[in-house]
Design a protein around this ligand. Structure first.
Ligand SMILES: *[C@@H]1O[C@H](CO)[C@@H](O)[C@H](O)[C@H]1NC(C)=O
Ligand SMILES: *[C@@H]1O[C@H](CO)[C@@H](O)[C@H](O)[C@H]1NC(C)=O
Ligand SMILES: *[C@@H]1O[C@H](CO)[C@@H](O)[C@H](O)[C@H]1NC(C)=O
Ligand SMILES: *[C@@H]1O[C@H](CO)[C@@H](O)[C@H](O)[C@H]1NC(C)=O
Ligand SMILES: *[C@@H]1O[C@H](CO)[C@@H](O)[C@H](O)[C@H]1NC(C)=O
Ligand SMILES: *[C@@H]1O[C@H](CO)[C@@H](O)[C@H](O)[C@H]1NC(C)=O
Ligand SMILES: *[C@@H]1O[C@H](CO)[C@@H](O)[C@H](O)[C@H]1NC(C)=O
Ligand SMILES: *[C@@H]1O[C@H](CO)[C@@H](O)[C@H](O)[C@H]1NC(C)=O
Ligand SMILES: *[C@@H]1O[C@H](CO)[C@@H](O)[C@H](O)[C@H]1NC(C)=O
Length: 434
């Protein structure tokens, strides 16, 4: 997601808060940052230094999980929606947007999101009921932050899933602090080609970022497996963010027969990389849910051999783009069809009335101001809560389908429109379905 932020300085309106989750469970939240495998994914260095730019020092995730509905602990502060320090995020947005001076953006972030918190219970115990929960690994988009998808992640947790949202350190985050348990903390902001040496082409840099993400996904999957094997106490002890006191009790509570890879935009592209292609490093994912696979993120992995749900926004399906010499919509459709043929369980559909940002928290927090951040946001014509609710519902229905083969909600529909049509009176148009 790319934002142009020049107008933030004119904005003095205070944003809303995030809505409460609606599922049968309460929602717990922990940040977990553990050592990575130390691999170096390219020889690019950060400009003007000899520091490796793509060095997998740690991996950072926010884990949203089911807890008891009435759990509360007043002495535990909620997580901010914008991780601190805001200066690091502001600097990344300024770089990505081509603005010289981050101070205007910093002021905007302070006013707009500085006081917003995520309404989840930090470090609550995992729900004692519910058996083993499916696990969704979520990857954010370009120039973004994992916390910007907190409603999607938290709402799925309230419905009985564990959602592990990765804060990527591939230079697509606006900004992030890398905090090794015993080592030097460092700030990493958005990386453009001119921020590394020797200066790569846009596509080469994109491919290094995608390769790096596969390294992070590999480490995260290993962590999830270790927690489920009873190693959560060790994860807690190696977590530099000092959360996860209850992880030792998660043995056998994760249903890794339902380990689902998910992501948005650049994160959809990188998620598809995890499903059996050239860049894939793990074969653990059993299904995938992706939103708006990237148009500017390089070629898509066409070899998806697990059940796949592709849910596009109207903006994404409506506006033609060329990728790899082909029409983007047709390419995505063919990938979904191939995956359907292999698995009998894949879909491609478009959420009408929505824009590229609609799956994130941003339109709900920013209201009409969102069009000032994102030039495509004006394609959304429906209430942002309704838009996001549809994405959450179709994802929950897909998870149910994976468990028992049932087809609920829009998944019960046949193909309605093999090609995109903005047909009034519908929520979704379905392009590929079993
Ligand atoms: C980095 O450079 C070394 C020495 O030239 C080379 O052996 C290695 O393959 C390079 N690594 C990557 C990831 O390109
Ligand atoms: C509440 O949070 C505090 C601060 O993190 C912690 O020390 C305490 O154990 C928590 N209480 C319960 C019941 O979880
Ligand atoms: C944010 O919270 C602080 C402390 O509660 C308060 O002083 C400040 O006015 C708030 N800012 C906005 C924009 O609401
Ligand atoms: C990271 O950025 C913050 C805010 O600008 C700054 O205070 C801090 O010193 C930086 N940390 C490092 C290790 O450079
Ligand atoms: C891009 O990558 C290709 C293949 O690895 C390499 O031959 C080329 O020199 C790179 N170009 C730039 C500008 O990074
Ligand atoms: C496609 O994915 C399958 C399953 O992961 C793998 O066995 C196969 O080698 C892949 N084919 C190509 C062309 O990458
Ligand atoms: C898909 O369905 C067809 C027809 O019912 C069946 O022959 C095939 O074995 C199924 N494939 C998979 C992977 O389930
Ligand atoms: C729809 O999105 C495109 C970019 O994807 C943008 O150029 C266009 O202005 C948007 N339309 C509206 C009505 O906002
Ligand atoms: C799509 O259709 C809806 C309902 O008819 C309409 O409000 C909206 O403006 C249309 N969007 C575009 C981009 O044409």
């Amino acid at each position: 997601m790319r934002f142009s932020i020049s107008v933030l300085c004119f904005v003095s309106q205070v944003l809303g808060q995030l809505p409460a989750y609606t599922g049968p469970y309460g929602v717990g939240l922990i940040d977990v940052e553990v050592p990575g495998n130390g691999a170096t994914f390219s020889n690019y260095t950060l400009k003007g230094t000899d520091q490796r730019a793509f060095y997998l020092e740690t991996v950072l995730t926010s884990i949203y999980y089911p807890t008891a509905k009435d759990y509360a602990n007043a002495s535990q502060a909620p997580h901010p929606w914008l991780p601190r320090p805001l200066e690091v995020i502001a600097e990344g947005f300024a770089k990505a947007g081509g603005f010289g001076d981050p101070s205007v953006i910093l002021a905007g972030l302070q006013v707009l999101g500085g006081n917003v918190t995520i309404p989840a219970q930090v470090d609550a115990p995992l729900s004692p009921d519910g058996g083993a929960f499916p696990v969704i690994v979520f990857s954010h988009g370009d120039t973004s932050l994992s916390t910007w998808y907190s409603i999607f992640c938290g709402e799925l947790a309230s419905r009985g899933n564990v959602v592990v949202a990765i804060q990527h350190r591939d230079g697509t985050s606006a900004g992030t602090v890398i905090r090794p348990k015993d080592g030097q903390e460092r700030n990493l902001t958005y990386l453009r080609p001119e921020d590394v040496e020797p200066v790569p082409s846009e596509l080469n840099l994109t491919m290094v970022k995608r390769t790096f993400r596969q390294g992070e996904v590999h480490e995260v999957v290993q962590m999830i497996e270790a927690i489920n094997d009873g190693g959560g106490g060790g994860t807690y002890r190696s977590n530099s963010r000092n959360e996860g006191r209850d992880l030792a009790n998660w043995k056998g509570r994760l249903d890794l027969t339902h380990l689902v890879a998910s992501g948005h935009s650049f994160g959809a592209t990188s998620t598809m990389d995890s499903l059996g292609g050239e860049l894939t490093l793990v074969d653990s994912f059993t299904a995938s849910i992706v939103f708006d696979p990237g148009k500017l993120s390089g070629p898509l992995n066409r070899n998806v051999s697990v059940p796949l749900l592709v849910a596009d926004s109207l903006e994404w399906s409506l506006i033609p783009a060329l990728l790899d010499g082909q029409n983007h919509f047709d390419l995505v459709k063919r990938i979904a069809e191939d995956s359907l043929q292999k698995t009998n369980g894949s879909w491609f559909m478009t959420n009408l009335g929505t824009a590229h940002v609609s799956v994130s928290d941003a339109p709900i927090l920013a209201g009409d101001l969102i069009t000032a951040f994102d030039s495509g946001a004006g394609n959304a014509t429906i209430d942002p809560q309704v838009a996001l609710q549809r994405y959450i519902d179709v994802s929950a229905n897909f998870l149910q389908f994976l468990k028992d083969g049932s087809r609920n909600g829009i998944l019960a529909s046949e193909v309605t429109h093999p090609f995109f049509v903005n047909e009034s009176g519908r929520d979704w148009v379905v392009h590929v379905a079993p």
